[in-house]
Design a protein around this ligand. Structure first.
Ligand code: ZN
Length: 138
């Protein structure tokens, strides 16, 4: 069995952002040489997410509004976590959007359903953060 590991780095200029990272993940798969197996992709921070959905800007605005309704950023003092930090909302948003995705690798390609793309969801950005890609198989 082959095994491959790589860390990707993302630094957003805004506090929140959604980035389609499918091209970088596909590059990892090419680099690994693995044709049949499983690919895991996870955020390595507790205030960002990796998730799969549609690359459609209206939907991304809807995610932003949905998350702000459930866990609004402000006022900061509504959260017990916000003593030394102001990112309680980011922890909650991350929990809603998830930590990782697993994608089947078939014939050397990501075995997606229709319109599936992999996104990095940033909820407390403006600094460098990591995403792990781990692939196992043959
Ligand atoms: Zn925090």
């Amino acid at each position: 069995m082959k095994s491959y590991r790589k860390e990707l780095y993302f630094s957003t200029r805004t506090r929140r952002a959604f980035i389609n990272i499918t091209p970088q993940v596909e590059e990892c798969l090419r680099e690994s040489g693995i044709k049949e197996g499983l690919l895991l992709c996870n955020a390595m921070h507790i205030t960002s997410s990796v998730f799969i959905n549609d690359d459609e800007s209206g939907l991304h605005s809807d995610f932003e509004r949905f998350l702000e309704k459930l866990a609004p950023e402000k006022p900061y003092d509504q959260y017990a976590h916000n003593g030394y930090e102001d990112n309680a909302d980011a922890h909650l948003k991350r929990t809603i959007m998830g930590r990782e995705v697993v994608v089947a690798v078939t014939n050397g390609r990501l075995d997606f359903g229709p319109w599936e793309q992999i996104f990095y969801g940033e909820f407390d950005g403006k600094r460098s953060k990591r995403v792990l890609v781990k692939i196992i198989g043959e």
